[in-house]
Design a protein around this ligand. Structure first.
Ligand code: SF4
Length: 382
């Protein structure tokens, strides 16, 4: 069972220097061939797996989904409606790179049924954008945002990255203010991580004077946590801020462990079938993905039945990502046992370290706990 659909588009116009996501530069005909494959995968998946009562959200992620033609996105949405059913008020998100859209394309995406745009702006500083290898300037990013508003998008998110090479706290504050000036409904704030096998890894490993140190990166995280709520944004998840009523429904579903089906090369799925559910992923390899579908088989790998002990750990480290935290009542409903009863000692240590807070309803990360979230989550691993 699942209530959410994720569709991975593994193509980009050009790889950014920091990116380790599964995507490659697209060639002529790739997008149309891929649209056909996704439709085939959807059909095969629908023969064995059904959503609960229609989908609550669809998310086109990547890669660069906005490279797709609006009519290709429209065909995929229509096919999802036909095969799975889609709730009338479903959130349908498209990740968009500002260098790939103009007013007409955005209006056509809106017309195709996309209700929410997630704009990967990353920085409003052209020097930073060049260093990152982005294909757009800050002006193009602002123009894309304004065009999206004119194209009738009432729900737009902006992604920004901090702790960039050579970035100062003032430069980061300026990025935040420029984002606020556009008044998006949602902001995602990520810290740069240097991933293996990227041009950034070759450039920065072993020689990092240009990268902000941990203390400065923490100041940048805290600057967002101070500034954005003052402008009406709720810090509702470690990396995410939203105006009231505009939390990402799709991503909130991940943190609440809703079932989701992932389509496309490299996509992950979690089905809430019997027991504590099943996780699997599609081959992160376009050739293997294509061959499987041409043979009328689903390209699924790493199929894993979730044990109770793993489900508890997931419940905790996904739930704690959100400012709502983990409620004692919902944990007990899910597992028939008390959270404090099972994890008293670990919770006690994290409370003493100032990484968690507790009240009568449940436990939550403190701001310091958000900064050191991996340290907290490790405590709950089986
Ligand atoms: S556009 Fe996004 S997915 Fe594509 S290379 Fe850049 S960061 Fe990676």
């Amino acid at each position: 069972m699942f209530s959410r659909l994720y569709i991975h588009i593994p193509f980009c116009r050009r790889k950014c220097h920091y990116c380790a996501f599964f995507s490659r530069e697209n060639a002529d005909g790739d997008l149309e061939r891929y649209t056909e494959l996704l439709q085939r995968e959807m059909l095969l998946a629908a023969e064995t797996t059904n959503p609960q009562q229609g989908l609550d959200s669809i998310y086109f992620g990547g890669g660069t989904p906005s490279l797709m033609e609006p009519q290709q996105i429209s065909r995929l949405i229509d096919r999802a409606v036909e095969l799975f059913g889609v709730a009338a008020n479903a959130e349908i998100t498209l990740e968009a790179n500002p260098g790939t859209v103009d007013f007409q394309r955005l209006a056509d995406f809106r017309q195709a049924g996309v209700t929410r745009l997630s704009l990967g702006i990353q920085s409003f500083d052209d020097r930073m954008l060049t260093a990152l290898g982005r294909i757009h300037t800050a002006d193009q990013a602002r123009e894309a945002f304004r065009a999206a508003r004119r194209a009738n998008f009432a729900n737009i998110g902006i992604d920004l990255i901090h702790a960039l090479p050579g970035q100062t706290l003032n430069m980061w504050r300026s990025d935040l203010h420029q984002a606020l000036h556009l008044a998006p409904e949602h902001l995602s704030i990520y810290g740069l991580t240097i991933e293996e096998d990227t041009p950034f890894a070759a450039k920065f490993i072993g020689d990092t004077p240009l990268l902000p140190d941990e203390e400065l990166a923490a100041c940048m995280f805290e600057a967002a946590d101070t500034l954005l709520p003052a402008y009406g944004y709720e810090h509702y998840e470690i990396a995410n801020y939203a105006r009231a009523g505009f939390r990402s429904q799709h991503n909130s579903g991940y943190w609440k462990r809703d079932g989701y089906l992932g389509l496309g090369a490299g996509a992950h799925s979690y089905l809430r079938d019997s027991g504590y559910g099943t996780r699997f992923s599609n081959a992160a390899d376009l050739d293997a993905f294509t061959t499987a579908l041409h043979n009328d088989t689903l390209p699924r790998t790493d199929i894993m039945t979730i044990a109770r002990v793993d489900a508890m750990a997931e419940f905790l480290f996904l739930g704690l990502r959100m400012s709502d935290g983990v409620l004692f009542k919902t944990f007990e409903q899910a597992f028939g046992a008390g959270l404090k009863q099972l994890f008293a000692q670990k919770i006690g240590v994290l409370l003493a370290q100032g990484l968690l807070t507790e009240d009568v309803s449940g436990i939550r990360l403190t701001l310091r706990g958000m900064l050191l979230s991996n340290q907290v989550f490790q405590q709950f691993l089986p």
